[in-house]
Design a protein around this ligand. Sequence first.
Ligand code: FUB
Length: 332
Amino acid sequence: MAPLITHLYTADPSAHVFEGRIYIYPSHDRETDIQFNDNGDQYDMADYHVFSTPSLDPPAPVTDHGVVLRTEDIPWVSKQLWAPDAARGPRDGRYYLYFPARDKAGIFRIGVAVGDRPEGPFTPDPEPIKGSYSIDPASFVDPDTDETYLYFGGLWGGQLQCYQSGNTADVFDASWQGPKEPSGPGKRAMGARVARLTHDMRQFAEEPREVVILAPETGEPIAADDHDRRFFEAAWMHKRGSTYYFSYSTGDTHYLCYATADTPYGPFTYGGRILEPVLGWTTHHSIVEFQGRWWLFHHDCELSKGVDHLRSVKVKEIFYDDAGKILPVKQD
Ligand code: FUB
């Protein structure tokens, strides 16, 4: 499958259907001479573009709506505009772009920028969301309640491990910086975080909670050493029928996996793999229903011939079995 976008490197695609079109909110990868490290310093992105297309099957040209937000537009940001997402406010019909970046102290926070159109432009709030931390915000508007939830978090360079001693942005522990995470017998994996948003879409309405994933064979939380199944980064939420599907990357084992629950908070039960490892270290995705079919947006490094920080967005159709399990995607 060819990349959807070839004139730029794009990654971490968050796809949504707005006004009858697919809109894609990706990271904009760029060339840097920063050496690869486990902290992700080589992912040194400085702006966002928005893309859209009217059709996936048959494929239609993808429109690049241009730059919608830059580092220099955001007063609190120092660097690294990582994986974004967007939501349409169910109460005001405006569009909200959520993005992680390092603040002036080098700590990842999550910001929000507001626009009147899905393709932007977006005006950032002057401060990050109060109490936000780590990376990879994924917004989810529950179609049955019109409540919006923000899922977030990522280990290693994403700094989630720096919040072991509490669940608030005030307890950043710099000694956990770097590619470290809980490990050892009896230790449970760290979960992503989720918080319901205020109705103005700009703040947490509650203290973030941990997203717990249970192993189906024991009913216990996934163990920290279970790197084939534990959450690493790239959270996504979609709802099909009454089931909430939380999907994510396992990081150093490079799988996209999912878990299900009957509430947006979980606890979730591990369900299986969606995508096997792709070319490149990172794997990141979104899942969206469009014209009655379900689609997986993800990235790989095929276009850059394997350069980890130069990724390209792709799309594949996905299918569910009669019990609601996501069938593993066939490799190209
Ligand atoms: O694009 C930078 C980081 O790489 C993202 O935030 C992670 O999910 C990984 O894809």
